[in-house]
Design a protein around this ligand. Structure first.
Ligand SMILES: Nc1nc2c(c(=O)[nH]1)N[C@H]1C(S)=C(S)[C@@H](COP(=O)(O)OP(=O)(O)OC[C@H]3O[C@@H](n4cnc5c(=O)[nH]c(N)nc54)[C@H](O)[C@@H]3O)O[C@H]1N2
Ligand SMILES: Nc1nc2c(c(=O)[nH]1)N[C@H]1C(S)=C(S)[C@@H](COP(=O)(O)OP(=O)(O)OC[C@H]3O[C@@H](n4cnc5c(=O)[nH]c(N)nc54)[C@H](O)[C@@H]3O)O[C@H]1N2
Ligand code: SF4
Ligand SMILES: [Mo]
Length: 744
């Protein structure tokens, strides 16, 4: 059999690049190129996408389930493995109750169909309140601020990169990360285009990153102090009478809280925050004036602003700035995407947090989750409701969570653990049973989470390029776990049918829906030919969606079938359009500019300002283009070359410590310490050091041979699980106080 070509979306990061894969007769990927016909990515590809073939064919990738016997993991059949899971979970629930089973869901799950479609059902079937995800080491502050401001934690405005004249970007490095909470293939090219059309890009970062080097202006800022900078910008807009938004809507004011906000920021003049932030007052004032003067501007903050002490306040003030400059929901400003699979008529209940609290430290639930920073507490602390079993799905918290050394020890003490994961790695080595999902090319793809964050409205479905050969898809694995947890362990497809039936019944009953008054049973029957149960659900979502065929009522509307056959390279659904009225679901029906829970956190900010500038050394993170969190270090092409897991420190700090490039430096915090290799560089501020995360592949019992030869060190041995952003429960991974000492 000869070569063939298959097209699909790259599943590795948020940029949604289309790929053109060449496969040989045996289904092996022999070449990967950017898909030139993808209307969104237009052929763009990065080194990770280009090595998808190596990842796909990695000999360390698990082909069959593993069951733990003593210290060893042995291969098992799918039936044996699922039976072991059923018995293990049922036993823990019987002995200790439902909350004794915790679930941790990691990053790749946000890129799959299986995660968004089935994890909710699994957690519901388990009936546990112990849900943890990578969101609380990532973007939960943005969900929290958007929940309070717009009523919906998924209503996240994205910078309209292709039409803006002015981009103020904080704590983001898209030249390495390719963008986050802003899906934009070829983010670097889109930034260059802003400058080429006469616009301005400003980057605020404690490091002069590749993104900062591309920008018109780079402002060094002390880690963890963005909230002071942002609130002083808001102050300046009020003080200098530069507030021009948000504009009124058809029925009067669109926003509440303008006066409260003005009063709240009154004592944060730029002159008061200059010392703490390291940004001169004159520069802060000028930045505010430029933002106000730009015809179309967007403020955008990412990891550096969310995973730090004031993550939620930062995320809120970013959108306050967008609103006050009239740029919220306006072309070239910060806009709400309209994804194809989300019905536009649906209203969520107004956002709230704290419906329950964590057992040990009383931390509030946000979006049904508890902070992963407190998972070790919940496993280690005896008493009613203690976590005794864990299900991980696509996560590696033994490396990715703060004080992960403690979490790693806690995992070893669990009674039972299941991991849905293709690798035996630092986390899954603790699992009693490992259930490996199929290879990427065997996995269907549609970005349920990320098309809701894209800078153009866009949809693409990639069917599997290689058949499954009898192994279950990831959707089937998680559906089966859900079915077991609900006590039936019957046909997992029954779960999909129940979800489809209830969604269609609601849609038919909803007056604003395009299928109002229709017969749910008849619509259900129309999905019969759509494919697997997951595909039927996706088809239903697309048909109810804003571009959908409304089950035949809109003859040329979108269906999964049309997406597959008419648009194998994806379909461009147009530039973002104003739609604030559609997304708002606060109780007041207006944008809340000064939500009380966020305003209350400004007291903490005020107290920190009174403490004055932090004088010690602080640790921050960084990302590299050829890496992706913890799990691409087993791809030989990506770890080739010089070691990137080094400690960046300013040359002045290096000489004070007496260390040169290549010397060992011990980095110590309250939580722990790590010994890293020094790389002095003037791209980082004095008093700040940086280590990338996702490394530390030297644990026993793993099966990732390449990564083991390039282990690096684990920065999360130093980050502190006690330090979180209170409104969101998100870990402080940037701005960790540390001490340094030369080794050897
Ligand atoms: N190559 C690669 N791409 C990735 C990933 C990866 O690991 N590697 N991971 C993916 C994931 S999961 C995510 S969430 C995204 C993240 O995407 P980004 O947020 O763009 O990624 P980072 O490179 O972490 O950028 C954070 C920046 O914040 C800076 N910073 C640190 N502390 C502070 C601070 O206190 N204030 C300010 N203003 N800046 C600060 C850091 O120096 C860094 O440059 O990337 C995704 N893409
Ligand atoms: N200090 C510090 N820590 C950080 C960060 C930081 O910037 N600094 N970044 C944080 C961020 S933004 C994130 S998102 C988290 C990530 O934290 P996690 O999600 O916990 O960790 P990952 O490294 O993404 O691990 C992904 C896991 O999914 C598995 N996997 C890969 N593909 C699939 C698949 O198709 N299906 C399934 N089921 N599994 C799959 C991999 O083998 C791996 O075990 O790390 C966070 N930790
Ligand atoms: S930028 Fe992201 S989506 Fe595009 S090829 Fe690279 S890893 Fe894949
Ligand atoms: Mo992330």
């Amino acid at each position: 059999m000869g070569e063939r070509t298959a097209f699909r979306t790259c599943p590795l990061c948020e940029a949604l690049c289309g790929l053109e894969l060449t496969l040989d007769g045996s289904g092996r990927v022999t070449r990967v190129r950017g898909d030139e016909h993808d209307p969104f990515s237009k052929g763009f590809i990065c080194p990770k996408g280009a090595t998808l073939g190596s990842l796909d064919g990695d000999p360390d990738r698990l082909a069959e389930p593993l069951v733990r016997k003593g210290d060893e993991h042995a291969p098992a059949s799918w039936d044996e493995a699922f039976e072991a899971v059923r018995a293990g979970i049922a036993g823990v629930v019987e002995r200790h109750g439902r909350d004794a089973v915790a679930v941790y869901v990691g990053n790749p799950t946000a890129h799959s169909i299986a995660g968004p479609l089935y994890v909710g059902a699994l957690v519901k079937a388990l009936g546990t309140r112990n849900l943890y995800t990578a969101s609380t080491v990532d973007q939960m502050p943005k969900h929290t601020s958007c929940g309070h401001m717009f009523g919906d934690l998924l209503a996240i405005p994205v910078p309209d990169l292709d039409r803006t004249d002015h981009l103020l970007m904080l704590g983001a490095n898209p030249l390495e990360s390719n963008g986050s909470l802003c899906s934009a293939p070829d983010f670097p090219g889109r930034l260059k285009a802003i400058r080429a059309r006469g616009g301005k890009v400003t980057v605020v970062d404690p490091r002069r990153t590749r993104t900062a080097a591309l920008a018109d202006e780079h402002l060094f800022i002390r880690p963890g102090t963005d909230a002071f900078f942002l609130i002083a910008l808001v102050h300046t807009l009020f003080a200098e009478d530069l507030v021009s938004g948000p504009p009124d809507g058809p029925d009067g004011p669109r926003a509440n809280g303008l006066d409260d906000l003005r009063a709240l920021v009154a004592d944060f003049a730029p002159e008061r925050v200059a010392d703490v932030t390291g940004v001169p007052a004159g520069v802060i004032r000028r930045t505010a004036r430029e933002l106000a003067a730009a015809p179309r501007a967007a403020v955008y903050g990412r990891m550096g602003t969310t995973t730090q002490a004031f993550g939620t306040v930062n995320s809120w003030l970013v959108d306050v700035l967008n609103a006050l400059t009239g740029n919220l929901d306006r072309p070239g400003g910060a806009m709400f995407p309209k994804p194809a699979h989300v019905p536009a008529y649906r209203r969520r209940r107004p956002f709230t947090t704290g419906r329950w609290r964590s057992r040990v430290h009383g931390l509030p639930e946000v979006n049904g989750e508890l902070p992963v920073a407190t998972l070790a507490d919940e496993i280690e602390t005896p008493g009613d409701g203690q976590v005794r079993a864990l299900i991980t799905i696509g996560g590696n918290p033994a490396l990715s969570a703060p004080n992960s050394a403690r979490l790693d020890r806690a995992f070893a003490g669990l009674e039972f653990m299941v991991s849905v994961d293709p690798y035996l790695n630092e986390t899954t080595r603790h699992a009693s049973v490992v259930l490996p999902p199929p290879r990427p090319v065997q996995t269907p793809h549609y970005d349920i989470s990320l098309t809701a964050l894209a800078v153009r409205n866009y949809a693409r479905y990639s069917p599997p390029a290689v058949p499954l050969d009898g192994r279950p898809s990831e959707a089937e694995i998680i559906a089966r776990l859900a079915s077991q947890a609900s006590g039936t362990d019957g046909d997992p497809a029954a779960l999909d049918d129940a979800i489809i039936a209830s969604t269609l019944a609601k849609a038919a009953a909803h007056e604003g829906s395009p299928v109002h008054g229709r017969d749910p049973g008849e619509m259900h029957a129309m999905l019969a030919g759509s494919g697997t149960p997951a595909e039927r659900r996706l088809d239903m979502m697309l048909r109810l969606g804003p571009y959908g065929d409304a089950f035949g009522a809109v003859p040329d509307g979108l269906t999964l079938g049309r997406l597959r056959t008419d648009h194998p390279h994806g379909v461009d659904l147009g530039a973002l359009e104003p739609r604030l009225g559609e997304v708002l679901c606060t109780a007041s029906g207006r944008v809340e500019l000064c939500p009380p829970p966020l305003a209350a956190d400004v007291d903490r900010l005020r107290a920190a300002l009174a403490d004055g500038p932090h004088t010690g050394t602080v640790l921050i993170g960084r990302r590299h283009l050829r890496s992706n969190n913890s799990w691409l270090h087993n791809v030989p092409e990506l770890v080739r070359g010089s070691n990137t897991c080094t400690l960046h420190l300013h040359p002045d700090d290096a000489s004070r410590l007496g260390v040169a490039a290549g010397d060992g430096v011990r980095v110590t915090s309250r939580a722990g310490s790590v010994e890293a290799v020094a790389e002095p560089t003037d791209t980082i501020m004095p008093g700040v050091v940086s280590l990338p995360h996702g490394w530390g592949h030297d644990r026993p019992g793993t099966r990732t041979g390449v990564a083991r030869r390039h282990p690096g060190v684990n920065v999360n041995a130093v980050t502190d699980e006690r330090d979180i952003d209170p409104p969101s429960g998100t870990a402080v991974l940037n701005g960790v106080p540390v001490t340094l000492e030369r080794v050897g």
